[in-house]
Design a protein. Sequence first.
Length: 147
Amino acid sequence: MKIILQRVRQAQVTIDEKMVASISQGLLLLVGIGPDDGPEDLDYMARKVLNMRIFSDPAGKMNLSVLEIGGQILSVSQFTLYASTKKGNRPAFTQAAPPQMARKLYQDFNQILSESLVLEQGEFGADMQVSLVNDGPVTIILDSKNP
């Protein structure tokens, strides 16, 4: 499982010019599911996301988690995180999980997160426009297979 985590002041997802999800301060997650991912990956990544200390404390030091600041999460499915670009100039996505498997694990991951805070999400498999105000900027890459 791979996640691009961005600390944001705000983020939103639009589909066909209609806003379907929006958050204020918190995290934007671009979530990719691999064919070898399972429940242990979901639990591990949820703990990492919820407890990552990347928000500033009163002294300005990155020392607080999204839970501690009362932040929100916007989760967006992103199979292109598994792009293979070694051959040629056209990426291959054969390393991503099959859509049915990925949809189920993505939904399960979002369910785990939603038990702890406000979670909004994009639409799995849709052509989405994602806009954000990256705060910092802070962008972190997480990989459950390479912690």
